[in-house]
Design a protein around this ligand. Structure first.
Ligand SMILES: [Zn+2]
Length: 269
């Protein structure tokens, strides 16, 4: 009884949010042209992507930084790419944070590390995006835009940072997101770690022999970066991920409950 009341209340809230957050049809169409990997094969999936994008816009707060001016096209582009990974997981996976800070370009972050003698060394790191547990997600608009048509295939800063958000849902950035019961941790972890180690040695070989891996070499920086980088490829260049890491593609199919190889529409919207 109480549950029915709660569900009705939630449904009513959702309807109100959708009414508040309309996306003009031509703007949505332009977003799908600019970011073709967003196009879905079935009408149900296409509708769901639009619905979740509107709810995302209602629940999250966008902030512009560094003199950037945000417009509707920009926030819709970010929201649509952010909800693609949770198309079947639901927006609840993103409940841990509210703010999204968008900078015009990449950001220099001051880092400090202590060495074995306790000496603190400071250095600058260049960031295209950053996700912190419970904190805002930071994105460089230049990099968001670069993930559109004609981009380096497999590169996507929005999906990368939101994969980190999913990873940190359990409080740890370790490459293990909250897993469903049918996908146990003792199956996930060895598969991911094994693929990461293989990839790290391939990156080393590629660098010494002068060729390039399909997957962004940044994924060799640890299991959590491998999860984020492989997630980018899963959604934006599934053929490549399937060829290079068939085991990871199959694992992600079960986690994200999507199959981008068959569910991505190739035709124009
Ligand atoms: Zn990362």
């Amino acid at each position: 009884m109480l549950q029915h009341w709660w569900q009705r209340l939630q449904a009513r809230r959702e309807q109100a949010a959708l009414a508040r957050r309309q996306i003009p049809a031509d703007l949505w169409k332009r977003t799908l042209v600019r970011y073709p990997f967003l196009r879905r094969q079935t009408a149900e999936d296409a509708q769901e992507l639009l619905r979740l994008t509107r709810l995302f816009l209602d629940r999250k707060e966008f902030h512009a930084a560094g003199g950037l001016r945000l417009n509707d096209a920009m926030v819709v582009a970010i929201a649509a790419q952010a909800v693609l990974p949770v198309l079947r997981l639901g927006l609840g996976a993103y409940d841990g944070f509210v703010g999204i800070v968008v900078h015009p370009g990449q950001v220099l972050a001051r880092r400090e590390v202590a060495d074995d003698d306790g000496l603190v060394h400071a250095y600058d790191e260049v960031l295209a995006g950053e996700a912190m547990e419970g904190g805002p997600v930071m994105l460089s608009w230049q990099d968001v835009r670069a993930a559109g048509s004609g981009a380096a295939p497999g590169y996507n800063v929005v999906i990368h940072e939101f994969a980190h958000v999913l990873d940190m849902q359990d409080g740890l950035a370790d490459g293990v997101p909250l897993l469903p019961p049918e996908l146990p941790r003792n199956e996930w972890l060895p598969t991911l770690l094994g693929a990461h180690d293989d990839f790290a040695s391939r990156v080393e070989r590629a660098e010494s022999e002068g060729w390039q891996t399909g997957l962004d070499p940044y994924g060799a920086n640890g299991p959590e970066e491998f999860f984020a980088v492989a997630s980018e490829a899963f959604f934006t260049h599934p053929q490549m991920l399937q060829q290079e890491h068939a085991d990871i593609y199959a694992l992600f199919q079960r986690y994200y409950r999507q199959d981008p190889l068959t569910e991505t529409a190739t035709r124009r919207p």
